[in-house]
Design a protein around this ligand. Structure first.
Ligand SMILES: [Fe+2]
Ligand SMILES: [Fe+2]
Ligand SMILES: [Fe+2]
Ligand SMILES: [Fe+2]
Length: 399
């Protein structure tokens, strides 16, 4: 049955406020939870963080006191939602375990979006990016084995493979080449807007996470690896945010944000395996329906159009966390050696790329390479989780 969030009645804003007891949710069990439940939590945290940051930016551009007050009230609820969602993560998990889960999100969420994306140029952007986060997962998994003496399969649980992607040292491109062409808002499919917003938000949260937790490590290799991959996440945010048409008014953007929150909570409510977490997705969906109604009113008033002109008539099929092993393997076999040139893609290292490489490497191996060498030296081999056979691009395991 088609679900049109614009036609549904949510919880009135006055009834959305929760007390501390209600915010104090029981975290998921780090050893027995479905890894994809953790992925959904991380995704929704990224979405709520973006909702909060976007609302702050909007308020800073808003001269109307009354509108600012309404934005503040909705934003306070978004902030409570973010606390509820992110506090589902257990304190027993280490930062590195959470990091590995962040990269699992980046792999399986981006792969899903790439599979569903109707626009070939946008699809290419997701296919390009996913091979990089796939490689980050492998680098962090080796760091994890080295400093925590545990294996990443404890976290990704055979749902996501762990092996080299496009090697991380090749991600350091001239920032000029990280900017893509945006979709055109007047002709794009509504689903494409939602995809861009979702992946941008997830990558932004990953960028924020690494920039803050990286210096909390004692081990030099860990500090350096977070610094290096943190810089790549900056590139990823630039890459994905540039897909969004900047011609959308702030009110249209607000509408898209609230609609996307409805879409993702609905998706996760439909696919969640943990009943307690599912209840939270359902509650938050019912809050978002009201946020969407309020955003739609602002859109009509200040943008002068009807929300039906920009939104889909019903929600697209639910965003689903599921293994994408075959899809990733196909990309590894065909796109591992791509880089960007201007707003497009090429296979050769061009002059600007080579100059950037020389400038940031300073003639030395970066942490993303050394972490593999170091783990080989300590563990006798590097860490991989190849459940479907040898590496499809011929990057064989050597001891
Ligand atoms: Fe929200
Ligand atoms: Fe990453
Ligand atoms: Fe990323
Ligand atoms: Fe919202």
């Amino acid at each position: 049955m088609a679900f049109d969030p614009l036609q549904q009645r949510g919880i009135p804003l006055d009834e959305q406020l929760r007390d501390w007891r209600e915010l104090n949710v029981t975290p998921i069990d780090p050893d027995h939870a479905d890894p994809y439940t953790r992925c959904r939590i991380i995704t929704m945290n990224g979405i709520e963080v973006e909702a909060i940051l976007f609302s702050h930016q909007l308020a800073r551009h808003c001269p109307d006191l009354e509108i600012k007050q309404q934005l503040a009230r909705v934003r306070y609820i978004e902030a409570q939602q973010q606390k509820t969602v992110n506090w589902l993560l257990p304190g027993a998990s280490s930062v590195l375990e959470t990091t590995i889960a962040y990269e699992q999100v980046a792999v399986d969420l981006t792969a899903w979006v790439a599979r569903m994306e109707p626009d070939p140029y946008l699809r290419q952007a997701y296919q390009f990016g996913v091979l990089e986060d796939f490689d980050h997962l492998y680098r962090y998994a080796n760091l994890y084995e080295m400093i925590e003496h545990r294996k990443a399969e404890k976290i990704v649980d055979n749902l996501t493979e762990v092996m080299p992607g496009r090697p991380t040292y090749l991600h350091h491109r001239d920032p000029f080449d990280n900017v893509r062409r945006p979709y055109v808002r007047s002709v794009t499919e509504p689903l494409s807007r939602l995809h861009a917003l979702t992946i941008m938000s997830a990558e932004q949260q990953t960028m924020n996470f690494y920039m803050n937790v990286g210096p909390m490590y004692m081990e030099p290799i860990a500090r350096q690896l977070y610094q290096e991959i943190g810089m790549v996440e900056e590139e990823h945010v630039t890459h994905y945010e540039s897909l969004v048409d900047p011609g959308e008014s702030l009110w249209e953007q607000l509408l898209n944000h609230e609609y996307n929150e409805c879409y993702l909570y609905y998706s996760f409510m439909e696919t969640e395996s943990d009943p307690k977490v599912k209840n939270i997705w359902e509650l938050h969906l019912n809050m978002e329906l009201e946020h969407l109604r309020l955003a739609a009113e602002l859109f009509k008033r200040f943008d002068g159009r009807d929300p039906d002109q920009v939104l889909a008539p019903a929600l697209p099929p639910p965003v689903t966390f599921e293994p994408n092993k075959g899809y990733i393997r196909d990309l590894l076999a065909t796109q591992i050696d791509c880089t960007t040139l201007g707003t497009g893609y090429v296979r050769e290292a061009h002059e600007r790329f080579t100059r950037m490489q020389e400038a940031v490497m300073g003639g030395e191996k970066p942490a993303s390479e050394r972490v593999i060498d170091d783990n080989r030296a300590i563990s006798g081999r590097e860490y991989r989780l190849e459940t479907e056979g040898p590496h499809p691009a011929g990057l064989q395991l050597s001891s």
